[in-house]
Design a protein around this ligand. Structure first.
Ligand SMILES: Nc1ncnc2c1ncn2[C@@H]1O[C@H](COP(=O)(O)OP(=O)(O)O)[C@@H](O)[C@H]1O
Ligand SMILES: [Mg+2]
Length: 508
């Protein structure tokens, strides 16, 4: 063989042993050579293929497959001939029994001495595995994205500099940022001063849990508008090649949970308060009954004695004192009986506004009101209540006196009446601009004998008696509001729109 022939022989051998199925085509598509792998792949012989057009062979061996041979634009062979540049095209073979396959077919032009394309080598690489992996990975990526996006917990991640790199929909809602806005701020802006640093310190502290992991922690976060929200969070440092590359955190809003806890606590303390009032009531009733009988005798015989004594008798003065104190005791007993609901109310139907005017007129003249401005804010539509009028008058007078006491001589006293048409409830509120009730006394003010006033000034029976009266009249009394700016005590009674018992409902 001549050296030239030897070289050609080598080239053919190289072509034949290429591990990719390959064929050599003329610019018009005629197959001039195929390598061993190509023949193996289609299970044919070189003689069967050589001399045929590539498109015919394609069609014959892959009858269901569409090849882009039709137009000059889509045919990679013609493109390679025209541009004299290699072309690569990925075929998705829908497959028969062998399943889906992908091929990367590369068309490399062989240019002759005159610059014309003489042959094109087409080599076929099976990229099914790569494509399958790609598909699986992108499917997984989509799944992860979906899980993150649809999580009810807020999820956020930041790079080492604190730039936000991930924020799911729940986090957007919690922090009130859109992910785009969040892009422009630093992770530290999502927490009150110093909290982000503290979290990072804990994440890096080997004595707190696993390395780089923050166990469930309660903190406040800060929204876009500066509002602080209590959350429960966990966080983790993400490491890449052993180095910190990012941090990720999961947040759960605690507002609803805390509100429910608070309500539960309130309900529990209300139950305790009711139980306490009931047992105190039984005690008060017992004491009042025991004292009532001897007291009646003291007053009866004392009065008889007083009538019989000469006005000049020096004992008469002492007897006056005894009777005065005995009467005081009788008042206390009366109040105690009212508190323990041992009196029988005389029900009457009357206007709530009339109650305000009547109570005020009974005490209005007193010096008590000297520097007090009285405001009446009364409902313009009629609210009738059914209750023991004189008992309720006593309640309102007590509330007014308490209010005046709290203002130590000067301030504004406001009496308000209102109604809730739908539920048939009337309200009467006594507000002052006084000292307020300290938190620690709130659960005690309705207890009998609880007073903060000087001995001789307060008996501590006003509110407890009022409590009993309201209970007996199917109403309620409570501290509606209190603080350094003053106190509002409210009473609530079943009400109607007219004296015939028409409910509010009917007046709409
Ligand atoms: N309007 C009010 N402002 C501030 N404190 C009040 C008010 N009403 C009641 N209190 C507190 O509740 C306590 C109990 O009131 P009450 O039962 O009427 O007894 P008393 O008036 O004899 O002290 C008062 O001593 C006072 O500490
Ligand atoms: Mg009082």
């Amino acid at each position: 063989m001549t050296p030239k022939e030897t070289e050609l022989d080598w080239r053919l051998r190289v072509f034949d042993s290429l591990s990719y199925p390959s064929r050599i085509l003329r610019p018009d598509g005629t197959i001039v050579a195929v390598n061993q792998r190509f023949i193996e792949q289609i299970d044919s012989t070189a003689e069967d293929i050589i001399g045929k057009r590539c498109s015919d062979v394609n069609r014959y061996y892959f009858p269901h497959q569409k090849f882009p041979c039709e137009t000059a634009q889509s045919c990679p062979l013609r493109q390679a001939v025209r541009t004299k540049k290699g072309q690569s095209i990925v075929f998705h073979l829908d497959g028969d029994d062998s399943g889906e396959r992908w091929e990367d077919r590369v068309f490399s032009p062989i240019v002759g001495d005159e610059g014309e394309v003489r042959y094109v080598i087409e080599s076929i690489r099976d990229i099914t595995q790569v494509k399958m992996l790609e598909k699986k990975y992108s499917g997984m990526q989509m799944l992860i994205d979906n899980v993150v996006q649809n999580s009810v917990s807020g999820i956020m991640a930041a790079d080492r500099k604190g730039n936000i790199i991930l924020m799911n929909a729940a986090a957007e809602q919690l922090f009130d940022y859109s992910a785009v806005e969040a892009d422009k701020v630093n992770i530290e802006d999502f927490y009150p001063e110093g909290v982000a640093r503290d979290i990072m310190r804990k994440l890096r502290d080997p004595s707190i849990g696993e390395r780089g992991k923050l166990p469930i922690t309660k903190v406040n976060i800060r929204t876009c508008h500066g509002e602080e929200i209590p959350v429960e969070m966990t966080a983790a440092i993400i490491y890449e090649d052993g180095k910190e590359s990012a941090t990720a955190a999961i947040f759960n809003d605690l507002r609803e949970k805390l509100a429910v806890e608070k309500k539960l606590k309130e309900a529990q303390s209300q139950v305790m308060q009711t139980e306490k009032m009931a047992s105190l009531g039984r005690l008060a009733a017992g004491v009042a009954h025991e004292i009532n009988n001897p007291l009646t005798s003291i007053l009866l015989y004392g009065n008889i004695m007083q009538e019989k004594l000469e006005s000049t008798n020096p004992v008469k003065k002492n007897l006056d004192y005894i009777l005065e104190d005995a009467e005081r005791c009788r008042d206390i007993v009366k109040n105690l009986l009212a508190y323990s609901r041992q009196t029988s109310p005389k029900k009457d139907i009357f206007l709530l506004n009339a109650l305000v005017n009547e109570s005020l007129s009974l005490i209005r003249d007193q010096k008590l009101f000297m520097h007090i401005e009285v405001i009446k804010d009364l409902t313009s539509f009629p609210i009738y209540v059914e209750a023991d009028r004189s008992q309720l008058c006593q309640v309102v007078i007590n509330l007014i006196i308490n209010a005046i006491d709290a203002m130590s001589g000067s301030g504004t006293l406001t009496l308000t009446t209102s109604g809730e048409p739908r539920s048939g409830i009337g309200y009467l509120e006594v507000s002052d601009t006084g000292c307020g009730i300290p938190e620690e006394n709130l659960s005690k003010v309705f207890d009998p004998f609880f007073t903060t006033k000087a001995p001789g000034k307060g008996t501590g029976l006003g509110l407890s008696m009022s409590y009993g009266i309201l209970e007996e009249n199917r109403g309620k009394i409570y501290v509606k509001k209190t603080g350094p700016a003053g106190t509002t005590i409210a009473i609530k009674l079943p009400a109607m729109a007219d004296s015939d018992g028409l409910l509010f409902d009917s007046i709409g």
